[in-house]
Design a protein around this ligand. Sequence first.
Ligand code: FAD
Length: 518
Amino acid sequence: MALEFFFTLALYGFVTTIGLILILDPTNIPSFGIKGKLSFDQHDLASVSHDFGGQSQAEPLAVFHPDSAEDIARLVKAVYESTQGLTVSARGHGHSVNGQAQTSNGIVIRMSGSPTKPARINEKLKYVDVWGGDLWINVLNSTLGYGLAPKSWTDYLYLSVGGTLSNAGISGQAFRHGPQISNVYELDVVTGKGELKTCSEKQNSELFYAVLGGLGQFGIITRARIALEPSPQRVRWIRVVYSNFSAFTQDQEYLISLHGQSPDVEKLDYIEGSVVVDHAGLINNWRSSFASPGNVSSLVGVANGGVLYRLEIAKNYQQSNANSVDEEIEALLKRLHYIPATTSTTDLPYVDFLDRVHKGELKLRSQGLWEVPHPWLNLFVPKSRVEEFDKGVFKGILGNHSQGPILIYPINRNKWEKRTSAVTPDDEVFYLVAFLRSALDNGDSSQTLEYLNNQNRQILKFCDDNGIKIKQYLPHYTTQKEWIEHFGDKWSTFYRRKMEFDPKHILATGQGIFYPNF
Ligand code: FAD
């Protein structure tokens, strides 16, 4: 009741500002012209107060279920014109790990699950227009019927389009197609002033590039036009194991370099990899959809430094070309330097390959291990320093204990548009290193949230002490000084764009970059 009263006062503030005097009771909201639902329901508030990370909790004053992009524009405009210090945070699927989609002094807009326009496909120009809150799994399902699919993915598809485009959106296709933010033609965006704008490379381009990788700071993505390609039917998916880090990374770099070469060279469609410091248990293996040969487990521990590296590659194909796939893969594998007899192969429909991590989610859920704290750390490590990172972190700080999968794969920087807000290291090739760890409270002190967060700090300190200029992906900082360092020479543009598109700093305050400016 007290909360409703407080919010009613706040509402009164912005209502009077926009010249409407009718509303003190939230049930009168339609008088704003807002058709969606502004909810004060305790269950609704609680559902947006936490995220996948499970480390931060913030309850908003209200949750908004929008009816349309125009609806969002009206709400943001009202907040922008109020003098109450309210904020607005778009929430996609809430899969952030540090409260990035939360706010305690404002309204959370529930983008995913809101009733909005269905995806619209243009078969001729090969693109799809989707709602910003749509999940990628739904985008895929809507395009497949036309024999088309987006080109660039995340490993997990239960993330919203707006949520991944606010970061970058990367997976094993990024070396070839670039991140998801390099595969968008056009956006509709509600700015922090409540203006609904269409933007692209040619139209309102400053807003377009600001929003891509912009951590939700410049506007709320309500529509995205995503590039499509003919959808492959099947995928041949192969894993091989290395004990030598140089051989592993040289092979990865060789494989990503093939795409710049002549059309006759065999090429892959997906290249990832992982570090195996600890092979035991579901927590370390939940993302593995198919088994490695038995000898791999026995190799852990006898390997150099007790660490193994698993290369993961895939080739897409149409059923009619099935015969040539074996030959192509065989020719490629002959040029690699992995441990013989560690190959494992599977073959599956394209959708099953793209949706592979969801199977891991179901396994963890069945054992009550999904909704635990996730102190994830994602880093971009420059190629020139990745060997030192291996020695200091994988063979050093981790101490043969991972508490979750550790991904590592190279990405070509030339596939990243420099004008976006996303930041990468300066090297032409850099590695994503993702520590995807789960904290457990089971009496083992090396599995606790505190232990893992402390280890994350040690990893960052190691890089700092040794001058390894990493960039955090899905960044999390607590001071503006750190954010300025993170953006480096992009900071002045980032700041200028913020003043232009969200001058009162009302959007996505959960990122902790800017605070409301009233
Ligand atoms: P939320 O957590 O809801 O929001 C994230 C941020 O974006 C917030 O600041 C929010 O305000 C803002 N935002 C949300 N929607 C919009 C919008 N429409 N317009 C503007 N701003 C908006 N990332 C990868 O790149 N590759 C992966 O393979 C990958 N795998 C993952 C697997 C799992 C299991 C998880 C939990 C995360 C993974 N991620 C991956 C990270 C993920 O891409 C980001 O955390 C992403 O932000 C999550 O999307 P979401 O819809 O849950 O966003």
